[in-house]
Design a protein around this ligand. Structure first.
Ligand code: ASP
Length: 653
């Protein structure tokens, strides 16, 4: 009935669109959306079970069911707890002679063997209910059982509380995936991605398009993985993101593109990075910054898990300059204060030599943060380790001052600060009783960076002592905007590199500075920050070929030939366009509260970029390299590696 009505309606809709049709279409899509939201998934269709272990309740009493799952636990050969992705259920092992074969199967199968059982849902005897188990009111009276596959001795128990090293978890990832936590993380990820697709494609007309993985080297940005080809001396590269393709799709009139895109960056290991990772990649034509920001706010609000506090929109925003000055970073954690304060004016006339030195230089400043209750919670050795961190990593001196409590922990400046300067500091920095001030002097950017780092370290220290600064249930989103278009190159500060990527458009108010003071040009680049982590970034793009050529060739000194396809495309009526990419792994990691992005990826690489399960990357014998016209030039100290070609594999520990 419904399908007949639906097909008639759809046929009607394929006529040229008029206002009425639009209205019908709108209400149809809303109705389809609601019905898909309400639909409960059918978890046992097409398979050899009638129900999942986790779904059975008193409402199923008396039903004959067939379940498939792993043996989690067995008690006195009387009870067995069966587990599947959906939960646990207690199975009663029959004790009567006539069921001896069933008893044998269920009592002899090792833990984690996979079995199928059939029987009746019965209620547990009074007093034996388990309120901690969702299925705790019932049990299964088994009539038949089948051992589907026995489990050998496991490298670790499948219990979340059993401690195991990450190397072991990654080596046996398929077993690790059986844990409750990994199941939760991957299923939440899948649900969020589904909602994102729904929001983008069904509600806002985006087109899901796959772009190539075999691409070529492109200038700027991250290091790329190189893939040999059969043509001598020719290589593909894995794309660091689909950036060029998504812009070309706009030239192609696709108008609204999105992809759950795999990206590759050969950047070595960091705790929150992976050599291959996933982005929700988006591009739109005829859009401005506000349009992209509203789209993303709506997307996150729509896809946000229902068991978390709802996302409040619009997200606040902050300029890059403000973020650096107040938090010492372009990804501020705004869940707590302890902001950086410029106290140059207060201390301009002190007698302290190193402050005077710093202030006499052109960019010289004195900056400070105030750790509320620092005197109560931080020990002398904590302050010393903070100072050491500043000295070792930033070559920057940091001094503690205790303006109110007047305690003197190695603070040569405290006694040189006059009474009125002291009261001015207390006013300016809102210093309370027991507050500790950490002070540093030097060039603006450097002084901010060091205090930004110490601010986070202090938060860790205070939280380790029991103070809650960052509510784990709080999700604090922030847009950071007005980035500079260029930064000095790290390895050669005389040259420029793009702060985002070379396709980012300059801020319209700063275009005139491109030819005179490129370093002063702000860009139309925006980053999305969540609890101090960058979870997305994008920009309005350059759609004018001339401007793009000038930035690439003249300012960035890149070889424009490598991008001639893109430059040419811009000349053929490229529409104004912009986009963004959200780092899906990082986002899910923060939403689930997982300690690492590896915990929200089914098969991640280790810290050193290896797949510990399959031993990738792996060696290839020389004859297999021949078709690619390449050979390995072994480093002098790699004899061991060379001879390991045919050796058994030992994972990283
Ligand atoms: N392609 C960019 C990145 O991966 C995102 C964007 O500009 O849309 O960071």
């Amino acid at each position: 009935m419904f399908s007949c009505w639906l097909s008639r309606l759809c046929r009607g809709l394929s006529t040229p669109t008029g206002r009425v049709t639009h209205l019908i279409q709108g209400s149809l899509s809303r109705r389809l959306m609601l019905s898909s939201q309400r639909r409960i998934p059918e978890l046992s269709s097409f398979v050899a079970r009638t129900n999942t272990c986790g779904e059975l309740r008193s409402s199923h009493l008396g039903q004959e069911v067939t379940l498939c799952g792993w043996i989690q636990y067995r008690r006195q050969n009387i009870f067995l707890v069966l587990r599947d992705f959906h939960g646990l259920v207690q199975v009663v092992i029959p004790q009567d002679e006539s069921a001896a074969s069933v008893k044998k199967i269920l009592c002899e199968a090792p833990m984690e063997s996979v079995v199928q059982v059939s029987g009746m849902v019965i209620s547990r005897p009074p007093g034996q209910e388990n309120p901690k188990m969702p299925t705790g009111e019932i049990e299964i009276k088994v009539k038949s059982a089948q051992l589907l596959n026995a489990c050998k001795k496991l490298p670790f128990e499948i219990k979340d509380f059993v401690k195991k090293t990450e190397a072991l978890r990654l080596q046996y990832r398929y077993l690790d995936l059986r844990s409750f936590q990994m199941q939760y993380n991957l299923r939440l990820r899948s649900r969020m991605v589904m909602k994102m697709r729904e929001y983008l494609c069904n509600l806002h007309g985006f087109v899901d398009i796959e772009t190539p993985t075999l691409f070529k080297r492109t200038p700027g940005g991250a290091k790329e993985f190189v893939i040999p080809s059969r043509e001598p001396g020719k290589f593909y590269c894995l794309p660091q993101s689909p950036q060029q393709f998504k812009q070309l799709l706009m030239v192609g009139g696709l108008d609204r593109y999105f992809q759950v895109a795999r990206c590759y960056r050969d950047e070595g290991s960091r705790p929150d990075r992976q050599p291959e990772f996933t982005q929700i990649d988006i591009e739109m034509s005829f859009v401005d910054q506000i349009g992209i920001r509203s789209l993303i706010e709506g997307l996150l609000q729509y896809s946000w898990p229902s068991d978390k506090d709802p996302v409040a929109v619009p997200f606040p925003s902050m300029t890059f300059a403000e973020a650096l000055a107040s938090y010492g970073t372009d990804k501020p954690d705004t869940r707590f204060g302890m902001k950086i304060v410029d106290i140059s004016d207060v201390l301009r006339n002190t007698k302290v030599g190193f402050l005077q030195d710093a202030l006499s230089k052109p960019q010289g400043t004195v900056k400070a943060i105030c750790i509320s209750e620092g005197a109560k919670y931080l020990k002398r050795k904590d302050i010393e380790s903070l100072r050491k961190l500043a000295a070792d990593h930033f070559n920057q001196e940091v001094l503690p001052v205790f303006p109110k409590a007047n305690r003197n922990w190695n603070s040569p400046v405290a006694k040189s600060i006059m009474e009125e300067q002291r009261s001015e500091l207390i006013r300016l920095m809102e210093i309370q009783e027991d507050g500790v001030v950490l002070l540093t002097a030097g060039e603006h950017r450097k002084a901010c960076s060091v205090l930004g780092k110490l601010r986070l370290e202090c938060a860790d220290l205070l939280e380790a002592r029991g103070l809650v600064l960052r509510d784990p249930a709080l999700f604090s989103f922030l847009w950071v905007v007005d980035f500079p278009l260029f930064l000095p190159k790290e390895e050669n500060p005389g040259e420029l590199e793009s702060a985002h990527h070379p396709f980012t458009a300059p801020h319209p108010n700063d275009i005139h500075l491109l030819h005179t003071e490129p370093k002063q040009v702000r860009s139309q680049h925006y980053d999305l920050v969540l609890n101090g982590n960058e979870i997305g970034g994008g920009s309005i793009r350059i759609h004018d070929a001339e401007l793009q050529r000038y930035i690439l060739a003249t300012l960035l000194k890149e070889d424009v030939k490598l991008l001639s396809h893109l430059l040419q495309a811009l000349d053929f009526g490229a529409p104004p366009h912009g986009g963004i990419a959200l780092g899906l792994d990082r986002l899910i990691c923060l939403v689930t509260g997982a300690p690492s992005i590896r915990d929200v990826i089914a098969f991640p690489k280790s810290f050193r970029g290896h797949d510990l399960m399959s031993n990738a990357p792996d060696s290839l014998p020389p004859e297999e390299l021949k078709p690619y016209h390449i050979q390995v030039s072994w480093p002098a100290d790699s004899e061991a590696e060379k001879s390991s070609l045919n050796q058994p594999y030992h994972p990283e520990s």
